[in-house]
Design a protein around this ligand. Sequence first.
Ligand code: AMP
Ligand code: MG
Length: 487
Amino acid sequence: MKHLEALYFDNSYARLPDAFYSRVRPAVQGDPYLVSFNPAAAELIELDPAQAQRADFVAYCSGRELLPGSEPIAAVYAGHQFGVYVPRLGDGRAILLGEVKTSSGQRWDMQLKGAGPTPYSRMGDGYAVLRSTVREYLCSEAMHGLGIPTTRALCIVGTDAPVYRESVETGAILLRMAPSHVRFGSFEYFSHTRQYDLLAQLADYVIDLHYPALAGTPDRHGRLLAAVVERSARLMAQWQAVGFAHGVMNTDNMSILGLTIDYGPFGFLDTFQPGFICNHTDHQGRYAYNRQPDVALWNLACLAQALLPLSTEETLRAALHGYAGIYNQTYLELMRAKLGLCTARSEDEQLIQDWLGLLARSQLDYTNSMRALSQVTVAGHCPAMLRDRVKEQPPLDTWLARYRARLKVEQSEDQVRARRMNSVNPKYILRNYLVQIAIEQAQQKDFTEIERLLTLLRRPFDEQPDCAAYAAEPPDWGRHLEVSCSS
Ligand code: AMP
Ligand code: MG
């Protein structure tokens, strides 16, 4: 376990040509202090968690002081925002401090979010508010706990500097981590500006570091798209299966590694509403929950378009063509597991859809209903959570009869199945109302709720009796919290 100064920086992105980024200096406002520290992320970079107690820890984690080897940069990228191409975006309030390389050769971008303006800040101030920082911090760790690929986060530093949004808010900085923050939009930038040498350089950079099996293969750039298609399709299946809505699936928020990235107005489903829109400003519902798989494919088509100068239309089309199959198969596998099915049969898809239809029409809580399903027995027990709350009793009985018949086909044993189901159907998710309580307390300088959620959501599948209340459906005030892009 290392001291801060012993972290080894190997800044591969900063070694790319100048056209990829601007060198910047973080410009932290106010008086930084530690809001939360995540030892699980520290472990990833072999950092001794006791380092968080150092008086100068916040100075390093806010960018006020730079560690040896750190070379702060802001990356340029473009992107389709709500379907419209924006030729130049870039890290407007993110600053890559550098890449920490571990003793096993793993690489972690150490990126500040909210540490001041960069040449890509456009109309923005380069800062972030405590509210959005807490949301990203907790959600990225919650997603990791759920086994969903995501960026991670080492800590939150509060600044107490005023940040002006719809009202004056408290500023904060997130120190987030990922093997890479390269986005679809990074490729779009070099392609649309016709800098094809740089486009190829970016593709080869991503291949060498993150898809090494493709290096040196014929049409490696076409294969890169196929690999990204596969990871993105799997990611979408995981989002849909857990009931996660991202909210701003612009191509600049799509990771080339298939990670969940750039948490903004995200939301987990409470009641099962297929058309759920978590982003208050998304009036058309472009990024509604049930549109996400299609949107990801649309975004992948933008990436394919950007890669066209490096490959052939035929190869790229074939890669895109693979998306639906991978998505459908992965989603079906995940949902079968959530229903406790071990084998695959052709009727399963309909069984799953009809179950979701029941939930939607009765407006049942998605997470808690999935969890309750593990208590259904082959002999006939049905938990009260379902029996009392599904509005359509005869259709529920019909569905349960089909489900039980299906379980019998594979000689499913109640207890064994229940255990298996509880290991894939979370008991705890980061519900909007839970994070809202943590935010309001943090704004009063009480960070205990952040710690509690961080600990709880590390093991979302385990019963944690002292935290049973955290599995509760939202109270009335917490049902329709409005979350917008403003952060
Ligand atoms: P997002 O959708 O939040 O990922 O952000 C889209 C673009 O706007 C990115 O280029 C961000 O860097 C930029 N941006 C968002 N908020 C700010 C801000 N407060 N200051 C500067 N740039 C910002
Ligand atoms: Mg973004």
